[in-house]
Each structure stands twice: as structure tokens, then as C-alpha cells.
Ligand binder design. Structure first.
Ligand SMILES: [Mg+2]
Length: 398
């Protein structure tokens, strides 16, 4: 069985934990309205007002004038994320993080030692509450698709188990848009065909769905029957690590696109270094307001785990993609692939790249200084959490 564990209102809950006087007040973690900031996370008291993550902070304040806006403390959330991961590791090494606050765990091999997957899920939920004073929602199911649906079923503080014989009964009443991969556009198309729930969808034949949706149709057909063969892949076995985010409102603000990409890459690179991996290829994904999607990659001639180098490469890709025309971006994704577990030439390679990127650089070995900065920042994240070493807006500017 697979567990999907998802922290409830993660950043906001961590802030409430750090300062209990905030509890119950509507608050968000995110950028200031005056800086065209965006909400990263909203607590449940704020959600009552319609405040959501990825919404411009200015709009959130219009919805809820008493809203408390707390600046993002990325390093703190990284540290808490590590504490959560340490609890997962008591039960299984097969952990696939989806973000700082969400992961799949394969506990199939752990049942002899720790009890049924349901018991393991309950123990993890309990330990997160007892030891970290935070609340997680847990889904337990035969595969990833179902486990993720299950964890979302009863949020916040949810615990939902879907046994193999209960799969169809669990899925059938759900609205079609709960199926992985069904976005707004597909949902409209399905609804127009009179398909509102999973059971409606299941009555279609595979070939009907295929002719309406192509390749996606075949996936939908499998998913609506609860079939999903994807395995839980740990970071060190993964072929790529990436993160993406959808803007609450399409944005034409290049600064905002760049700063969101940088924060996505900080998490990507942190995961890369945690897994002792280096990557050669940097990937960027941009979805525009009309849902057209562009992906671009650049392969370096060496592998790296340096946030600085990966960010500079991504920034160049953003420039090439968005630089020359009017754009309204709906979603941005960034990541790395083409992993390598390392060889002697890397440091040299990094120095070469740095000299190319910054031809005015002094004779100081910049690459190793940069590596030291990453290591220092990771170490501070591990030990103290509260550092202010986050790369600010000063870094994107050259
Ligand atoms: Mg969450």
C-alpha cells in the first residue's frame, strides 16, 4: 500500500506553531502587497474569506482586511520539512517528496515490522502531531493516484483508507476534476459531454475517450477505474526533480516570474544536494494564459548542484522564452534532470562556466565560494532553520 501525507496549510501552520498568539487569526505567508507579492500559504481562518495560495497579496487583503501577512521564511520550512522526513524514515526508506510538505511513501515492505499500512499511517500522523505540533492529512490506498485523492478527502486533519475492494465505491461519486490531469479545460469538455462524475466517465469506452482526448483519454480510462502503475520513486532514483506553481492570476510581470522561479529552484537544488546528486540539464516549463505550454532545456557540459549556476541557466531560458514578446504566464515550472553522481572534473567545470558568465570576475575561485555558500546555507537550514540566507531579489539582477 501507498501512503500520501500532506501537511495542512503548511507554512501558515508552522508560523502559528512558532507564535501561538497567531492561532485562529486569519493569516497568510507570502510577499507584501506593496511589492506585488503573492500568497504562498493561507491558514484556514483566512480561507473562510476566500483567500487562497498563489493569489496576489493585494487581492487577499481586499477579501480580508484584517489579514495578517507574514513574510516567507523558506529556511524554517525547509528545516521543518526535514523533521517530518525524519519521522517518515522510521517506517520506510521509499519516500518520494512532492514538495516540502507532501510526500508519497511506499510502506509495502514495512508491514511485518510496524503493522498494517493503516497503522503505520496513523503512527506517522500521531508522531507529527506529538513531536512537531503540526497536523498532517493522510491517505492510504493501493496506488499513488488513490492515495493522493484519499489524503485530500477529509482535509484538514484527515485520515482516509481505501482498501483494494473499496476502490470503485470511493472513486465513483467524485467529480471528474478530482482525477489527476483533468484541468479546467478538460473538465469543461467532459461536462459538456454530460460527464460529471467518475462513474459517468467509467461508462465511456476506452476508444470513446481516446477519440475525444487522445493519449490523455487512455490515461483517464485507466484512472477512473483506479488503475495507476506509477511506483514511488525516491529522489536518488528519480530521473528529474522539478517544482511548478500556477499563478492565481495570469501575470505579465517578469520580476514576479523570475522570483517565483528562483524560489522553486531553491527547493529543487536543496533536494538535489540532500540526495547527493548533480544534474546536467536545467528545464523550464511555461504555460501561457491560453494554456499553450512551452518547455525548454539547456544541458551544461558538466553536472552541478549549485543553486547559482542552475538559477543563472534557468534565468537565461526565461529570457529566451519570455523576452521577446507580450506574455501572460499562467504556470511556471523549473527543474533539473540528467543526473550524475559526480566526478573529479566538476569543480573545474563550474569555474569555467563562472568565468564565462562573469568575465569580469577576479582570480578568486568563484565556483568553490559558491559551493561553500550552498553548503553553509544548507547547514544553517538543517541546524537553525531561521536563517535569512535566502537569495533575495538582488541575485536575479546582474
Ligand atoms: Mg499541504
Amino acid at each position: 500500500m501507498i501512503l500520501h501525507i500532506d501537511m495542512d496549510a503548511f507554512y501558515a501552520s508552522v508560523e502559528e506553531r512558532e507564535d501561538p498568539s497567531l492561532k485562529g487569526r486569519p493569516l497568510v505567508v507570502g510577499g507584501a502587497a506593496s511589492a506585488r507579492g503573492v500568497v504562498s500559504a493561507a491558514n484556514y481562518a483566512a480561507r473562510v474569506f476566500g483567500v487562497r495560495s498563489a493569489m496576489p497579496t493585494a487581492r487577499a487583503l481586499r477579501l480580508c482586511p484584517d489579514l495578517l501577512v507574514i513574510p516567507t521564511r523558506g529556511a524554517l520550512y525547509q528545516k521543518v520539512s526535514r523533521d517530518i522526513r525524519a519521522i517518515f524514515q522510521r517506517y520506510t526508506p521509499i519516500i518520494e517528496p512532492l514538495s516540502l510538505d507532501e510526500a508519497f511513501l511506499d510502506v509495502s515492505g514495512s508491514e511485518k515490522l510496524y503493522g498494517t499500512s493503516e497503522q503505520i499511517g496513523l503512527r506517522i500522523k500521531h508522531e507529527i502531531r506529538q513531536e512537531l505540533n503540526l497536523v498532517a492529512s493522510v491517505g492510504v490506498a493501493p496506488n499513488k493516484f488513490l492515495a493522493k485523492l484519499a489524503s485530500d478527502q477529509d482535509k484538514p486533519d484527515g485520515f482516509t483508507v481505501v482498501q483494494p475492494e473499496e476502490v470503485q465505491g470511493f472513486l465513483d461519486p467524485l467529480p471528474v476534476q478530482r482525477i489527476w490531469g483533468v484541468g479546467k479545460v478538460a473538465q469543461e469538455k467532459l461536462n459538456q459531454l454530460g460527464i460529471l462524475t467518475v462513474s459517468d466517465l467509467r461508462r465511456q469506452s476506452e476508444s470513446q475517450l481516446e477519440s475525444a482526448f487522445g493519449q490523455t483519454g487512455r490515461k483517464l480510462w485507466a484512472l477512473c477505474q483506479g488503475k495507476d502503475n506509477r511506483v514511488v520513486v525516491t529522489d536518488s532514483e528519480a530521473k528529474s526533480i522539478s517544482h511548478e506553481t500556477t499563478f492565481d492570476q495570469d501575470t505579465e510581470n517578469l520580476d514576479m516570474v523570475e522570483s517565483v522561479t528562483l524560489s522553486l529552484l531553491e527547493t529543487v537544488c536543496f533536494r538535489l544536494r540532500e540526495s547527493e546528486l548533480k544534474a546536467k540539464t536545467v528545464n523550464l516549463k511555461v504555460r501561457y494564459h491560453d494554456f499553450s505550454t512551452v518547455t525548454r532545456s539547456r544541458t551544461l557540459d558538466f553536472s552541478t548542484d549549485s543553486t547559482q549556476i542552475i538559477w543563472r541557466t534557468a534565468k537565461a531560458l526565461i529570457g529566451e522564452t519570455l523576452g521577446r514578446k507580450q506574455f501572460a504566464v499562467r504556470l511556471i515550472g523549473a527543474g533539473v534532470s540528467n543526473f550524475d553522481d559526480g566526478n573529479e572534473n566538476q569543480i573545474q567545470g563550474q569555474e569555467d562556466l563562472f568565468h564565462r558568465l562573469k568575465p569580469d570576475i577576479s582570480s578568486e575561485p568563484v565556483a568553490s565560494k559558491d559551493t561553500q555558500l550552498d553548503a553553509l546555507s544548507d547547514e544553517i537550514r538543517r541546524r537553525y532553520g531561521k536563517n535569512k540566507i535566502r537569495r533575495g531579489k538582488s541575485l536575479p539582477k546582474e
